[in-house]
Design a protein around this ligand. Structure first.
Ligand SMILES: C[S@@+](CC[C@H](N)C(=O)[O-])C[C@H]1O[C@@H](n2cnc3c(N)ncnc32)[C@H](O)[C@@H]1O
Length: 230
């Protein structure tokens, strides 16, 4: 179902916002809980979580992440995030807003988190440039995304399914290359783990996934070469 934008900070997805919590519960029962824990294990300090959805990540932040600002444009999901924030072990502040225009000052966070969201954001380069803007120098971007397959057959299937997938999945795309987008935005990928998220041993169009960390590139002569992926 198509999104309707109401204000600059809101994107309404009435159908997707009702079904996503169920999709997420299913994914978490089959491995996504572990992925979320892996994504967030090394977060620390002041964090912005971009497109936080229903707040499924909140319970996985370690005590070192002492303040999480969760930005979510969809009102129904944001209401669920408010509830999840109340139960979180770390301080979570939920705000309306969108990735392309983060409601935060420059250099104001130690970490930025994107999980299952670069597939959906309308303007990914702008969103990543916003993440770089709000990160302090040396700050890190933590990412967990489903991505375009490197397997030709599955990539073809993804391309075909992507003709309808965004209509059902709140704008979600199957064909994006998150790591390439992150590198193109000027981040240095410090490590990443690619894997297939199988459910009951089966591959789906959203199976190819990546979890990793990237750092804002230092500017000028301090810039160091890109580190290889693990
Ligand atoms: C598949 S859900 C993932 C939610 C959450 N990050 C998670 O890991 O469960 C995609 C999320 O991206 C949000 N989103 C869509 N467009 C966005 C934008 N332009 N800026 C920020 N969030 C956006 C949606 O509202 C939704 O919450």
């Amino acid at each position: 179902m198509a999104a309707s934008a109401t204000t600059r900070s809101e994107i309404r997805h009435p159908l997707f916002s009702r079904i996503y919590p169920k999709i997420n519960a299913f994914a978490e029962a089959h491995g996504a809980l572990e992925h979320r824990a892996e994504l967030l294990a090394r977060t620390a300090g002041r964090i912005v979580e971009i497109g936080a959805g229903s707040g499924a990540n909140f319970r996985h932040y370690p005590p070192e992440a002492d303040h999480v600002i969760a930005v979510e444009p969809e009102p129904r999901l944001r209401a669920l995030a408010h509830r999840a924030a109340a139960d979180a072990a770390v301080a979570v502040e939920v705000r309306a807003g969108r990735a392309e225009e983060l409601p935060l000052p420059d250099d104001s966070v130690d970490g930025a988190v994107v999980s299952l969201v670069l597939c959906t954001i309308a303007d990914v380069p702008r969103a990543l440039s916003e993440a770089a803007r709000v990160l302090r120098p040396g700050g890190r971007l933590f990412f967990y995304e489903h991505v375009r397959s490197t397997n030709r057959k599955l990539a073809r299937k993804q391309r075909i399914m992507n003709t309808v997938w965004p209509l059902l999945g709140g704008g979600c795309n199957l064909t994006r290359d998150a790591e390439q987008a992150i590198s193109d935005a000027g981040f240095r990928i410090e490590h990443s783990r690619n894997f297939d998220f199988l459910v009951n041993g089966r591959t789906s169009p959203s199976s190819p996934c990546v979890i990793g960390e990237a750092r804002v590139q230092p500017t000028g002569n301090d810039a160091s070469p890109v580190v290889g992926h693990t």
